[in-house]
Structures are given as C-alpha cells and as structure tokens.
Design a protein around this ligand. Structure first.
Ligand code: ZN
Length: 84
C-alpha cells in the first residue's frame, strides 16, 4: 500500500514537472493555449497532495500512535522498533 502510494507520487511528480516544462515552453513561445496542460497540472497536484497525505498519516507508530515523519526502523517518539 505504502509502496504503491510512493510509486504514484513519483509518477505524478514526473508528469507535473514535464507538464510545467511544456507550459513554460508554450508561454515562452507566446502560445497561451495551455488549458489542457493546466488541467493535467491541477490533476497531478491533487494526486500529489493525496499521496503525501496518505504517506504522512498512514505512517503511525504501532506502539505510541504518533505519526512518524521518518521511515526508519525505530520510532522517534518512543524509541521502539517498528515491525514492517
Ligand atoms: Zn512510538
């Protein structure tokens, strides 16, 4: 589940960057017909936000219940080992 979220996040980020690149090139070339690109960018932004949300709030310590920011083997709050 977490790996899937990370893959989707990476893919969405990649599309987001490419999309912004395309938009930038179009604006430089005075082509302001970027409706499709802006929709793709907005969709990617939503996907990225949802994935970040899932990653942050789906990463709770099973011992103390606090949200872990790092992905280490030990909880940074209670110091107990996290079983994967
Ligand atoms: Zn803990």
């Amino acid at each position: 589940m977490k790996k899937t979220a990370t893959r989707i996040l990476a893919a969405a980020l990649l599309i987001f960057i490419i999309d912004w690149g395309v938009m930038g090139i179009k604006i430089i070339e005075n082509d302001y017909n970027i409706t499709v690109e802006s929709y793709i960018g907005a969709a990617c932004f939503v996907v990225i936000a949802v994935c970040c949300f899932c990653r942050i709030f789906g990463n709770k310590c099973p011992h103390c219940g606090k949200i872990r920011i790092t992905d280490g083997d030990y909880c940074s709050y209670c110091g107990k080992k996290i079983e994967k």
